[in-house]
Design a protein around this ligand. Structure first.
Ligand SMILES: *[C@@H]1O[C@H](CO)[C@@H](O)[C@H](O)[C@H]1NC(C)=O
Length: 272
C-alpha cells in the first residue's frame, strides 16, 4: 500500500495566497472555491514543499462565459532558476471549448507549451488532474489518461526537475490579454463573479523539511520511483496515443518556426 501524505483538508494543507474574501472553503474542508471578479482574483498554496510523488486534484472549471479567465494548478519551486509543472485552463465564450495548456520549466527555462481540447465539458463536473513526478519521468494525467510525458534525459543534457522541492499552487486570474483566441475575447465582467472549485485532492509525496526529504514510513520505499512507474505501461501508452492523436492542438516540439528549426533536444528523444 502506498502511503498518503494528505487527503483533502484545505485548511490544514494550504494557505490562501491572495484575497481571502474571494476564497470559500466548505465546512468539511474538502472543497474550496476560488472567485474572480473585477476587484480581484484569488489563489492558494501548500504549506509544504515536495520532492517526487503524485498529486491528484479534482477541479471544476468556470461555467458559462469564462473567456479571458485562467485557472492555474501547478507545482513550482519558486526559485530564480525555477522548476515548474503547469496545468493552465483557458476559458472561452459560452458554448466554446476550454483549452488545457501544460508547460514545464526546468532550471529556469520554459517555452514548452502544449495545448489540447478536453474530451468532456470540464465545467459540468469535477475531473481529476494529476502529476506523477519521479526520477524517471513526469506524467500529466486527466482522469488517469496520460496527456503529457516528459522523460528524464538529463544524461543527454536535457534539464529535468529533480533537485528543487516544489509547492502546490492554484489560482484563478484575469488572463484576457492572451488566453482566449490569443487575447481576442476579453472578460465580460457582467457575467461574473467567476468561480472554479477544487476538491478531494490527494498528495502522496515526499515532504521537504530543513533541506532533507522525508517520506512517510510506509512510503520509504517511494512507490513512485519503482520500476513499475519508471515508464508508461502498455495501457497508458495506448491512452496517451489516443489523447495526442485526437485532442492535441499545439505542440512546441512541432513549432519549427518558433525555434528557427532548432527544436529543444527533448523533442527528438523517446517519451517512454
Ligand atoms: C475558444 O473557442 C474558439 C472557437 O471554437 C476556439 O478556436 C478556441 O481554441 C477556444 N479556446 C480558447 C481558449 O481560445
Amino acid at each position: 500500500m502506498a502511503s498518503v501524505v494528505s487527503v483533502g483538508d484545505f485548511n490544514k494543507d494550504f494557505y490562501i495566497t491572495c484575497s481571502p474574501n474571494h476564497v470559500n472553503t466548505s465546512k468539511d474542508e474538502h472543497e474550496r472555491s476560488l472567485i474572480l471578479d473585477q476587484s480581484s482574483g484569488s489563489g492558494f498554496a501548500s504549506n509544504d514543499m515536495f520532492l517526487f510523488g503524485q498529486i491528484d486534484m479534482q477541479i471544476k472549471l468556470v461555467s458559462g462565459h469564462s473567456a479571458g479567465t485562467v485557472v492555474a494548478y501547478y507545482l513550482t519551486s519558486d526559485q530564480p532558476n525555477r522548476d515548474e509543472l503547469d496545468f493552465e485552463f483557458l476559458g472561452n465564450v459560452t458554448g466554446q471549448p476550454y483549452i488545457l495548456q501544460t508547460n514545464i520549466f526546468a532550471d529556469g527555462f520554459d517555452n514548452r507549451e502544449e495545448r489540447m481540447y478536453l474530451w468532456f465539458d470540464p465545467t459540468k463536473d469535477f475531473h481529476t488532474y494529476s502529476i506523477l513526478w519521479n526520477l524517471h519521468q513526469i506524467v500529466f494525467m486527466v482522469d488517469w489518461v496520460p496527456i503529457r510525458v516528459y522523460r528524464n534525459h538529463a544524461d543527454k543534457g536535457v534539464p529535468f526537475p529533480r533537485r528543487q522541492p516544489m509547492s502546490i499552487k492554484a489560482s484563478l486570474w484575469n488572463g484576457d490579454s492572451w488566453a482566449t483566441r490569443g487575447g481576442h475575447d476579453k472578460i465580460d465582467w457582467s457575467k461574473g463573479p467567476f468561480i472554479a472549485s477544487f476538491r478531494n485532492y490527494k498528495i502522496d509525496a515526499c515532504v521537504w523539511r530543513g533541506n532533507a526529504r522525508f517520506c512517510r514510513t510506509d512510503s520509504e520505499t517511494n512507490w513512485w520511483n519503482k520500476e513499475r512507474f519508471s515508464t508508461l505501461n502498455w495501457r497508458q501508452r495506448k491512452l496517451f496515443k489516443w489523447a495526442i492523436k485526437y485532442h492535441l492542438i499545439y505542440d512546441y516540439c512541432k513549432d519549427n518556426k518558433r525555434f528557427n528549426n532548432i527544436l529543444p533536444k527533448e523533442c527528438s528523444l523517446p517519451k517512454y
